[in-house]
Ligand binder design. Structure first.
Ligand code: N01
Length: 541
């Protein structure tokens, strides 16, 4: 077994993969074990797991159902792993990923505690030179980024932050030893999927919780529960069908979208459908009618149903009104699911601060002050403020392609890729779940497996044909960028103007709709066609 901690300078590899989360692990398996390449994974964290290594905040669990939030490429893995709950909690997902890594003996080629500082393409040799922050250098024909979409924490620059005398944390960089909220006055900024998961758990322990809400949000109950022996048995027995469903649907989930329109049924029937879906819970709420995500009038019926639920759950009418004053279509932002989020506001120790009408003026030594002058004394401040999504993880590295072109320059007006997998000017760089991939609009393991297999097939083709480099053409890039825009415009997604899908949560970030909204099944077919036609849209050198 090589000692991965003593790599000599400019150690030579066929491929370097950045990141040891879901993507990096499977990409390593595909390239090393199927193609026989010499590969190393460089991972900044001290453990594998990617997003699940870092996101250990209270209540962190996956919104995809466990039986679908896993690799599907190996029947043995499906047979031998058992999930315990409908929605897996973060430690269980880490255990799963470690189980997979051990099963395929992946860890011997993963170098932990190694943050990549930058990488440059060397035209003379057609190879990438990769530099780590510790000063190590690697040389590889292929560079594959498996850096995740939501791995660059967004801590907003709020005046006075540095004066705060209490403790503060971003949910995406949570301390491994946990945070003891007992007896503490806690402030939580942010009501996205993360904040909605965290607030009920924090409230159950803290003396007091103030939730600072800028944009009210929809949420549907998760109805998390232990999985029954019968369900587990059924999943194992029918996994081939489940996988087929996941591969055939828009979002890679194990449920299909109904073909009926909201307007095909009477208002009473519709209400009954929504009630049933609410009782079932989960992300499939939006799949009950085909037009919820594409037609504003149809969407309004779902939105009004959820707003009505919020008003009926939350006892204080003023708080209920603030929570239900939602200004974007349902599911135009990533729809959260929750475990007693709205119920949390019925607790004596929980308060909602509406910072849309009364914004934060500054953080003080003792807490948070709003523009009205109202002050909230706090011991702990939790930033559930999301991420510099999709482009952030790339742009914090100094990646340089042909002629020293930086990725930051190439993406100055917003990210431009071909298929979300390659950037013109950056030969042999594969960007797993990059901007322009369906990625975050899906149950992530599905696009991840597709990307890893497509990249492996592409590299195998190059080796067979003696091709040294692959690079997207300008024309293919331009067409794909247009296709990504067209696909988004066919949905209600761009109508949530503060969404991170658009980069709107980070001041100064170009407003471009980043993921491909045309659906995973369509995307897979496009990628297959590109490959079948000799990697059309790529220049092969
Ligand atoms: O981040 P977000 P998240 N002042 O960006 C607010 C995935 N995920 O970590 O909307 C005040 O959605 C911001 O307000 P606004 C999932 O894909 C998955 O919650 O910008 N508030 C918003 O309320 C998800 O979509 C799972 O007005 C500020 C919140 O912070 C993605 O991760 C679980 C602010 C940020 O919401 C990101 O979710 C959790 C400021 N300056 C997350 N800046 C699972 O599946 C931001 N906010 C398990």
């Amino acid at each position: 077994m090589p000692d991965v901690n003593s790599a000599s300078p400019a150690a030579e590899f066929d491929a370097i993969i950045i990141g040891a989360g879901f993507s990096g692990l499977y990409q390593l398996h595909c390239l090393r074990d199927r193609l026989g390449l010499k590969v190393r994974v460089l991972e900044a964290a001290e453990g594998i797991g990617g997003t699940w290594y870092w996101n250990r905040y209270p209540g962190a669990r996956c919104d995809s159902e466990s039986h679908s939030y896993c690799y599907s490429f190996s029947d043995e893995l499906i047979r031998d792993w058992e999930w315990s709950e409908r929605y897996p909690e973060h430690p269980e997902i880490r255990r799963y990923l470690n189980f997979v890594a051990d099963r395929f003996d992946l860890k011997r080629d993963i170098q932990l505690g190694t943050r990549v500082a930058g990488a440059s393409f060397e035209a003379a040799t057609s190879r990438w030179i990769i530099r780590t922050e510790a000063g190590e250098t690697f040389n590889a024909q292929f560079l594959i980024t498996a850096v995740g979409c939501l791995s660059s924490a967004n801590v907003p620059k709020i005046p006075g932050h540095e004066d705060f005398k209490g403790d503060w944390y971003h949910t995406g960089e949570w301390p491994h030893e946990g945070v003891d909220f007992t007896g503490k006055r806690v402030g939580q900024i942010g009501t996205g999927s993360t904040g909605i998961q965290a607030a009920p758990v924090i409230a159950a322990q803290a003396a007091r919780l103030t939730v600072f809400q800028r944009t009210p949000n929809y949420s549907v109950p998760a109805h998390n529960a232990p999985l029954t022996a019968e369900f587990k048995q059924q999943v194992k027995a029918n996994f081939a069908d489940i996988r087929r469903t996941m591969h055939s649907t828009t979002n890679g989930h194990p449920f299909t979208i109904e073909e009926r329109s909201v307007f095909d049924v009477s208002p009473e029937e519709r209400e009954a459908v929504y009630e049933k879906a609410w009782a079932k819970g989960g992300l499939q709420f939006r799949s009950n009618f085909r037009d919820i995500t594409t037609d504003l009038d149809a969407n309004r019926t779902a939105a009004e149903f959820i707003k009505g639920k919020i008003r009926s759950i939350v006892k204080d009418p003023e708080t209920a009104a603030k929570l239900a004053e939602i200004d974007h279509p349902y599911a135009a932002k990533r729809p959260p699911i929750d475990s007693f989020y709205f119920e949390t506001f019925n607790r004596e120790n929980v308060e909602l601060a509406d910072i849309r009408t009364d914004p934060i003026d500054r953080i003080t030594e003792n807490g948070v002050r709003l523009q009205s002058g109202k002050e909230y004394p706090l011991d702990i401040l939790v930033f559930a403020t999301g991420f510099d999504a999709m482009t952030g993880p790339f742009l914090r590295m100094d990646i340089r392609g042909r002629d020293g072109l930086t990725l930051a320059e190439a993406w100055e007006a917003g990210p431009r890729t071909y298929l979300g997998l390659n950037v013109k000017g950056f030969p042999n760089l594969f960007t797993m779940t990059g901007p322009g991939s369906p990625s975050v609009l899906c149950n992530m393991p599905v696009p991840i497996e597709q990307h890893a297999e497509w990249i492996a097939d592409c590299i195998a083709h190059m080796r067979r044909e003696g091709i040294a480099t692959i690079e997207a053409t300008e024309e293919a890039t331009e067409n794909w960028v247009s296709e990504v825009n067209r696909a988004a415009e066919a949905t209600l997604l761009p109508q949530a103007s503060s969404s991170w899908y658009l980069g709107a949560n980070v001041p100064g970030k170009p407003r471009v709709f980043m993921p491909y909204a045309g659906g995973m099944a369509t995307y897979r077919a496009i990628c297959d066609e590109v490959a079948a036609e000799g990697y059309k849209g790529f220049e092969l050198g």
